[in-house]
Structures are given as structure tokens and as C-alpha cells.
Design a protein around this ligand. Sequence first.
Ligand code: GRF
Length: 220
Amino acid sequence: MLDVVVLASGRGSNFAALLDAQQSAELPIRIRALLSDKSAAPALDIARAAGIDAIVLAPRDFADRAAFDRALFARAAQFHPGLIVLAGYMRVIDAAVVNEWHGRMINIHPSLLPKYPGLHTHARAIEVGDGVHGASVHFVTAQLDGGPVIAQAQIPVLDGDTPDTLAARLLPLEHRLLAASVDAIARHRIALGNHGVECDGKPLVAPLCLQADGGLRAVG
Ligand code: GRF
């Protein structure tokens, strides 16, 4: 069993998807706590309803970003997680703190990285006229949304899509992508090596791709 701590700032649908997969025994993980920087985050209520520790730390109570991040991650460390999952966690994390969790922290981002790091990913994909959009799960490094990508899910951009319709169509795939990525890490199939992501002990040349059956496959 892999002990997991999840960080979320908002709605928490990705967190809920992980929780569902854990509860149906699909995922060999134990979610130990949900930490948030926002006291009103609905993700906290999801955790409480599931009997999982729900912890809030407010950035304004700390002198600066580094002090907040040290406190937040010290709290996370008390649960001895083998993996920290950023699931809609909307703050940039201090580089020194990120480096302490090298290879043990992943993030889900709603774009086909390296395209569109940062915010407004759906609007940017539509503006550029992309035919394909998607989501990525990656190991977290000090570069914002720039860490080695583990796996991606793709959807077509349809005529008339708005950022909202695109986001709504992508979200269920994000949930499956995140669960499948956490599953692969929990089963020791995916790890971060010295030269990038390794899959079954071999360097991954391109991100794994989410399939219709919910599995991850190598492409190319
Ligand atoms: C998701 O789109 C995720 O990719 C992004 O923020 C959103 C969070 O949604 N990082 P939720 O809080 O998991 O519902």
C-alpha cells in the first residue's frame, strides 16, 4: 500500500476520483490526508465526509511563500506519504521544498504539456486552433508545470467548443488519467530516474497515453 497525501485548492473532483478508486479497491493506495491552502475548498468537505484528515493552512498566517510551504509540507510529512499528489493545487511551491520531494510528488495539469503551462489552458488551446487538447500528469520540479511527463489523455477540440465545454469534456478523462498514473506509481511500474521517467525500469521516450479501457499504453 502506498500512503498518499493530496493537496487541493478547490472543487476536489480529482481527489474524489482517487478516493473512489481507493474505496473500490482498484488502487493499492491509502489516502492519509487532504491539505489545502483555502478554508472554503469543497475538497475539504469531501475528505471530511470520507473520514480523512482535512487540514487547512492559510498563507496569510506565514511571513512568506517559503515559510508557508515549509509548514504545509512538514504537516504532509507527518503522514509519511510515499507520494504527494497535487490535484488542483493552485499555488506555486517554493523550489527548495519541491526539491525535497523530488520523484515523490506529481501534479495533474489540464493541457498536453509542454504546451500551455500555467493558467487558462483551454482558452489558449482554442485560440491557437489546436485540433487536439488534453491533460498531463507529471513529476513536480521547480519549473512550473515543467517536470517530466508520465502520461497524457487526449480529446479532440470540436467546432464551437468554449473553454467551459472543453474543460467539461476533459475532466472525466483527467480523473482516469490521475488514477491510472497513481496506480502505476503504487505498483512500482513508474518512477523518476536520473534521466527522466522510467517505465518498467526503462526510460520512457514519450508520455504514456490513456486508453479507452482506462489503462496507460506506450505510444510510438
Ligand atoms: C483540474 O482541471 C486540474 O487539472 C487542474 O485544476 C483542476 C482541478 O479540478 N490542475 P478539481 O479541483 O480536481 O475538480
